[in-house]
Design a protein around this ligand. Structure first.
Ligand code: KG4
Ligand code: ZN
Length: 347
């Protein structure tokens, strides 16, 4: 099968999404979000998200097929995110996908959502160069991966020792009074601020810690430093220069991520860096990666905005990779795995 057609289904968090990919072409892409229902709680409420998936599943999958002008009979395989994510949310998507696969007799792949975030870049840039590095920056993950073969072998080169970059942004955003998810608000305010207004630590970049953890990240110190600075001002009754806080935080995080990822490419002899995950929508990170990459002769492959946050295209694209590589479909009783390790591409 040279250009398999795969239906991808996503329900790890607050997006119910489905898409159809044929070969490297995106035939449809439908996303329904329950984000607005969580905003007033300051974070995703799993119970609310699960109910929303149960409601949106059939309409979203139906629209993805209709937009692609296909019936379920005409797809070659179905792929669904089996983890990592919220258990109740995963259960809705995986159960729905199993029902579709059973009824249609199509092979089903329970894929790793995080690996999907990097697989999706193939829709824009084509196949991965052999032996490449990937920076994954999603809400829950900040890791540098070595991609040997996207369908079969991915290794972790470095990872965050505590908070993910997205989590760190969301927590500071909450402190500043922005609704969930706060990342995009920090991004917007950072444009008008002075990135050197606050001294924000750049963890694991210098001295022994930097030598021992060349590719690991740590953002809890960053979060604490910024939070203390804001709280001290607030206690003193001073006004908070929100734009400057956002700019300083964004600059520190983007600089560390870009420097470590590009340095990793040089050490591993990779002239391409693949980037993926919700946080790859961050404009300070995008600009810094492109700038540092250009300085070191590394091509940085960034997903377009629509493909940064959770979607079905990433799931379908990884499904196509698995079909093309001849990987066996998942067993009918495959489980969900809310803590699916990054080295596991498929159940
Ligand atoms: O990958 P994703 O959609 O969900 C997970 O799989 O975890 O990532 C969501 C994360 C949230 O932390 C959100 O605040 C962050 O991505 N995010 C951003 C931006 N857009 C989304 N963070 C900073 N700047 C943005 N523009
Ligand atoms: Zn994600």
């Amino acid at each position: 099968m040279s250009e398999p057609i795969v239906l991808g289904i996503e329900s790890t968090c607050d997006e119910t999404a489905a898409a159809v990919v044929q070969g490297r072409r995106l035939a449809s892409n439908v996303v329904a979000s329950s984000m607005n229902e969580h905003a007033r709680y300051g974070g995703v409420i799993p119970e609310i998200a699960s109910r929303a998936h149960a409601e949106a599943f059939v309409p979203v999958v139906g629209k993805a097929l209709a937009d692609a002008n296909l019936t379920l009979d005409e797809v070659d395989a179905i792929a669904v995110s089996a983890g990592p994510g919220l258990a109740g949310c995963l259960a809705v998507g995986v159960s729905g996908a199993k029902a579709l696969a059973w009824a249609s007799g199509k092979p089903l792949y329970g894929i790793n959502h995080v690996i999907g975030h990097i697989a999706v870049t193939q829709l824009q840039f084509g196949d991965f160069p052999g032996d490449t590095l990937a920076l994954i920056v999603s809400g829950g993950h900040t890791s540098l991966l070595h991609v040997d073969d996207i369908a079969r072998k991915v290794d972790v080169v470095g990872t965050t020792l505590d908070d993910a970059a997205g989590e760190c942004f969301d927590k500071i955003a909450r402190l500043l009074g922005f609704p969930y998810p706060g990342g995009p608000h920090i991004d917007r305010h950072a444009h008008q601020g002075n990135p050197h207004a606050l001294k924000v630590p750049q963890a694991l970049t210098r001295g022994n810690a930097g030598r021992e953890h060349p590719y690991d990240f740590s953002f809890s110190g960053v979060k604490t430093a910024v939070a203390r600075w804001v709280e001290a001002r607030r206690d003193a009754g001073d006004e908070i220069p929100v734009d400057d806080v956002c700019a300083s935080l964004a600059d520190s995080v983007a600089t560390v991520l870009a420097n470590k990822a590009i340095h990793g490419c040089e050490e591993y002899g990779s002239d391409t860096l693949i980037v993926g995950g919700g946080f790859s929508a961050n404009s300070q990170l995008r600009d810094t990666l492109v700038e540092v990459g250009a300085r070191h002769g590394i091509e940085v492959r960034l997903p377009r905005m629509q493909l940064c946050t959770d979607n079905g295209a990433m799931v379908a694209m990884l499904g196509v990779n698995l079909v093309q590589a001849g990987v066996r479909p998942s067993a009918p009783d495959f489980p969900i795995d809310s803590a699916m390790p990054l080295t596991r591409i498929c159940m």
